[in-house]
Design a protein around this ligand. Structure first.
Ligand SMILES: NS(=O)(=O)c1ccc(C(=O)O)c(S(=O)(=O)NCCc2ccccc2)c1
Ligand SMILES: [Zn+2]
Length: 258
């Protein structure tokens, strides 16, 4: 079976043939209707605690790039909010469009943002990420929308590392980055969902932050210079690496705000 991707021949509407869960009851992303979310006064504020020294490397995995963190201790964790227990940060990555009118995976009342950041965490009640990834409460992903605006200084450090990871498979040392600097306010919309890329496992508690952070047009074009393809192959830029919204199938979205 050819590898999954985002092209016409291997994109999101083709994934179900190798990953039947693509048609499951709790798939992600979704279109979020803030008016349809129910305010949950029991929701405590989300607690992100990240240690920049846990940052290991930045990698172009052929469908996005990810910044990987050391997850062998509880020094970079997510707590409270809709989740119980302690979840460790494993990696963060982005999804984006070829142009500014699309790119995010979640949408808000049909509105698409040009980018979406995902911070992937796993539940430490399980021995490893791989174990947690197949459990209904195994993963928690924080989604942050990016909009066009002022340059984002903390993002610049990530973009400056791109020169070493332009081609698929390239990776480079990347240290001392605190993803908390990428966090906007604390209004979040929560629901039970899945990974948005194969294997599309239905193990994710999604925590989508309502307020976007800003990136400048120059910073955005840097993302679009990354390549899906390996060195020596005909260059194909990573763009439109997003899955469209999936059916809600009766799920409730909880809001941490009125
Ligand atoms: N958009 S998302 O947050 O759902 C997501 C996207 C990509 C990946 C990834 O592995 O690259 C991941 S991951 O880091 O969670 N890995 C999922 C695939 C996987 C499952 C089980 C063991 C290893 C990898 C998550
Ligand atoms: Zn993602």
């Amino acid at each position: 079976a050819h590898a999954w991707g985002y092209a016409a021949n291997n994109g999101p509407d083709k994934w179900v043939s190798n990953f039947p869960v693509a048609d499951g009851p709790r798939q992600s992303p979704i279109d979020i209707l803030p008016g349809g979310a129910s305010y949950d006064s029991g929701l405590k504020p989300l607690r992100l605690k990240y240690d920049p020294s846990n940052c290991l490397e930045i990698l172009n995995n052929g469908h996005s790039f990810q910044v990987t963190f050391a997850d062998d201790s509880d020094s970079s964790t997510l707590k409270e909010g809709p989740i119980s227990g302690v979840y460790r940060l494993k990696q963060f990555h982005f999804h984006w469009g070829a142009c500014d009118d699309k790119g995010s995976e979640h949408t808000v009342a049909g509105t698409k943002f040009p980018f979406e950041l995902h911070l992937v965490h796993w539940n430490t009640k399980y021995p490893s990420f791989g174990e947690a990834a197949s459990k209904p409460d195994g993963l928690a992903v924080v989604g942050v929308f990016l909009k066009i605006g002022d340059a984002n200084p903390s993002l610049q450090k990530v973009l400056d590392a791109f020169n070493n990871i332009r081609a698929k498979g390239k990776q480079t040392f990347f240290a001392d980055f605190d993803p908390k600097t990428l966090r906007p306010g604390c209004l979040d919309l929560d629901y039970d969902g899945s990974l948005t890329t194969p294997p599309l496992l239905e193990s994710v508690s999604w925590i989508v932050l309502k307020e976007p952070i800003s990136v400048s047009p120059t910073q955005m074009t840097r993302f679009r210079g990354l390549l899906f393809t390996g060195e020596g192959e005909a260059p194909c830029c990573i763009v439109d690496n997003y899955r469209p919204p999936q059916p809600l199938k009766g799920r409730q979205v909880r809001a941490s705000f009125k």
